[in-house]
Write a protein that binds this ligand. Structure first.
Ligand SMILES: [Zn+2]
Length: 263
């Protein structure tokens, strides 16, 4: 029924009890999951752990906070090989992050330039492979949109954990991209995301947990897990005046058309 389109099953926070977490997700009606990677090692881990999980597929990529794990060009060939794996459904999680401080030894300018270069290389790879991309943004909106604009029509992107207004999203939606909502829309004060979730057209958005982060109400502050996408779906349904079944059906259809290889 539910499709958690952004759940970090490869996080160390799930190492001890992943089978139980997946059982709770199944009991909550979560039938499909997209697990985004943060670096090459994490991509390999996710491809291995999803091998026996038919309803779990993987986004292969280097997160902007983890681009210090790569330099030069050879890593792109490694990523290309991983993205050819039968469980790879997208390139991600890629993007820009100006919120977290650079790692030791990097100036802000050099760090941001390296993030931008890694993003461009991965966007080109996605075009080459015919895959869509999962985008991370944190305090980098204008630069991220500027990076994506030349790729309009060549790939589709999901702006994950979208917290902006519909006006911000509109030109991207018109270019075929998507936004997705986390448990933030269940908060008492969801910011602009609440109004955006209420008004965005069916087919323009998906649901996610971003587990192990951003647990929805009533789990706020605890470790988030994929089962909780059901709580986010209920909140979105209430905002939109739709049944939760309708929200689940529409968002699942949207995600099936966006990510490669799901049944
Ligand atoms: Zn993420």
């Amino acid at each position: 029924m539910f499709f958690d389109t952004h759940t970090h099953l490869g996080s160390r926070q799930f190492d001890a009890d992943l089978p139980v977490v997946l059982a709770r997700a199944a009991a909550a009606g979560v039938t499909r999951m997209l697990a985004p990677a943060v670096d090459l090692e994490n991509t390999r881990k996710l491809l291995a752990l999803s091998a026996d999980l038919p309803r779990v597929r993987v986004a292969a990529g280097i997160h902007p906070c983890d681009v210090d794990s790569v330099s030069g060009e050879a890593w792109l060939d490694e990523l290309r090989a991983l993205a050819h794996h039968e469980k790879a459904a997208a390139i991600g999680e890629i993007g820009l992050d100006y919120f977290h401080a650079p790692p030791e030894g990097w100036t802000v300018d050099v760090w941001r330039a390296h993030q931008a270069r890694c993003l461009r290389m991965q966007l080109e790879l996605a075009v080459e492979l015919g895959l869509n991309v999962v985008l991370h943004n944190r305090e980098s909106w204008d630069d991220l949109v500027a990076q994506i604009t030349p790729f309009h029509g060549r790939l589709r992107a999901v702006f994950h954990c979208f917290t902006g207004t519909l006006e911000q999203a509109r030109p991207l939606l018109e270019a075929g991209h998507l936004i997705s909502f986390t448990g933030i829309v269940t908060f008492k004060n969801p910011g602009p995301a609440g109004e955006t979730a209420r008004t965005v057209a069916d087919g323009g958005y998906m649901l996610e947990t971003d587990a192990p982060y951003l647990a929805p109400v009533p789990y706020r502050g605890k470790r988030c897990e994929p089962a909780y996408v059901a709580d986010t779906a209920r909140a979105v349904a209430a905002l939109r005046g739709q049944s939760v079944e309708e929200v689940a059906r529409v968002t699942t259809e949207t995600a099936l058309a966006f990510f490669r290889g799901f049944e």
